[in-house]
Write a protein that binds this ligand. Structure first.
Ligand SMILES: Nc1ncnc2c1ncn2[C@@H]1O[C@H](COP(=O)(O)OP(=O)(O)OP(=O)(O)O)[C@@H](O)[C@H]1O
Ligand SMILES: [Mg+2]
Length: 257
């Protein structure tokens, strides 16, 4: 039997808003975003370029301060600029240290992700790094320097570093960006495996096909506003669309006309 505690959302966002103040004027990048993410769920945040997806991610990660709104993780309020030890994060532009080998870099990330005071021996760390690289299909490249990797390989390393600390929640900004169709499909399979292992994942994308296969629910953001939140099937019914691509175009057109 589930306790009420287990039913609480892992992440709860309420009325989250961000206005950037720039020389050219104010940019209202995100307006009153509210959503709950359940444990073990994968949610995809979709939106065209400039919709506010990365802004939402940066707010969740605490890299920027919200203009308004509140975020809670396991019912505790998160503040900007505070560490998020239970989060795994893949930034939109992932640029690891180019001078390290893949194995060195993931080893470093693994050590950084260890909780304070944890002592690990070399053998244990090497086994963990090896497992992480196997998980993302990069085991044969452990000795390759980061600056000699293809874009797709780099993205896999990005996912490996995001799972290095065995996080409760993964926040991934465009995890399949720069990958060829096979690479995309492999990353999606990897995310599905992580979901089956009980990970909770929030990711952003503007590539629709991948979202259909992966997500329990989607959120559609246009011009900083959450226009839809729910299951793909419900979205298609609402828009009388045959696929997500058609429904998405209708939604964006409706939001911007
Ligand atoms: N630091 C900033 N200063 C001013 N405006 C910004 C800043 N960062 C983002 N913006 C603006 O906020 C809006 C939302 O940007 P954001 O990067 O969140 O969009 P996005 O949905 O992630 O787009 P993309 O799909 O291109 O990655 C855009 O109008 C963008 O120009
Ligand atoms: Mg973005």
């Amino acid at each position: 039997m589930q306790t009420s505690r287990q039913k609480d959302p892992i992440l709860s966002i309420r009325d989250l808003s961000k206005t950037y103040h720039c020389r050219e004027g104010d940019v209202e990048a995100l307006t009153n975003l509210s959503l709950d993410l359940d444990r073990g769920e994968i949610i995809g945040i979709l939106g065209p370029n400039g919709a506010g997806k990365t802004t939402a991610v940066k707010l969740i990660m605490g890299f920027i301060k919200a203009t308004r709104g509140k975020i809670t993780f396991n019912m505790e309020e998160l503040k900007a600029a505070e560490p998020r030890p239970h989060f795994g994060y893949l930034p939109e532009s992932f640029r690891p240290n180019p001078n390290l080998t893949v194995g060195e870099y993931i080893g470093m990330q693994y050590n950084l992700a260890l909780p304070d005071g944890t002592i690990t021996n070399r053998g244990e760390a090497a086994a963990k790094v090896s497992n992480l690289l196997i998980q993302v299909g990069m085991a044969p490249f452990a000795k390759r320097r980061i600056d000699r990797l293809s874009k797709g390989m780099g993205q896999r390393i990005g996912i490996a570093q995001a799972i290095a600390g065995n996080p409760e929640l993964m926040i991934l900004d465009e995890p399949t960006s720069g990958l060829d169709p096979i690479g995309k499909s492999e990353v999606i399979d990897l995310l599905l495996t992580l979901k089956n292992e009980g990970k909770t994942i929030l990711f952003c994308s503007h590539i629709l096909a991948e979202v259909e296969r992966l997500c329990d629910r989607i959120g559609i953001i246009v011009n900083g506003n959450l226009r839809f939140l729910g299951k793909v099937d419900d979205f298609l019914t609402q828009h009388q669309a045959n696929d997500l691509d058609e429904g998405f175009k209708k939604e964006v057109k409706c939001a911007t006309s």
